[in-house]
Design a protein around this ligand. Sequence first.
Ligand SMILES: [Zn+2]
Length: 272
Amino acid sequence: MPELPEVETTLRGIESHIINKTITSFVVRNPSLRWPVPVKKIKKELENKKIDRIYRRGKYLLLESHGQYLIIHLGMSGSLRITDANELKKHDHIDISFKDGTILRYHDPRRFGCFLWTDNPEEHFLLKNLGPEPLGNSFNGDHLFKLSRKRKVPVKNFIMDSKIVVGVGNIYASEALYASGINPYSQSGKVTKKKYEELAIEIIKVLRQSIELGGTTLRDFVSGDSSPGYFKQSLMVYGRGGEECFKCGTLIKSRRIGQRASAYCPKCQTRF
Ligand SMILES: [Zn+2]
């Protein structure tokens, strides 16, 4: 599943190819994404206009044009690529074509992504309840500590809740908890302020590191310039259930929390 680093990498990969270029056509071959793509509306708003700005909010990409916004989410298996080829692959559902021949092409085998239009992203139902950006100024240990008081939810679920902080997916939550020595099953309300400070630092670190490396290579992700990322090689616990901890040699445990597999070292990660 594309995570925050993949979305950020996508943004960086496509930005210079699409900004300030006139759009000649918006073509949808299959509008059945997570929500039906409002094809007529987007076509009317985008054709003969320009993308003035592109930015990321959580795992959403926002393409601003004449004060309005196309919201894109990559879902479970979506990817965007820059191409000038008319040759289509299976699951290439959407094209935004520009006057100079550039095409921004959306590919999504499972079709859980979205393309929606809004004139007010801050009030949009997908965006209005999102917590702070983990790489922004308002995210730190104090933020996690304050919001977690009296909460019983396991700390891993807590940091993966987009109302608390956006973009901390399973991989990054697992790795940051390992790096800060916190057991994922600890009650979020019992983790100390000092530990949350360490955790926030590790969340920021793991996300930055991943962005630098071009995002993880999971399933269908291809970065904007078609080069796959390779962060996966340096994972310490995620996907390593049954293998030895790199620090202490204890076998990494893997249990499910909710729907997600959670890997952790029972010795290095303290239960609060
Ligand atoms: Zn260990």
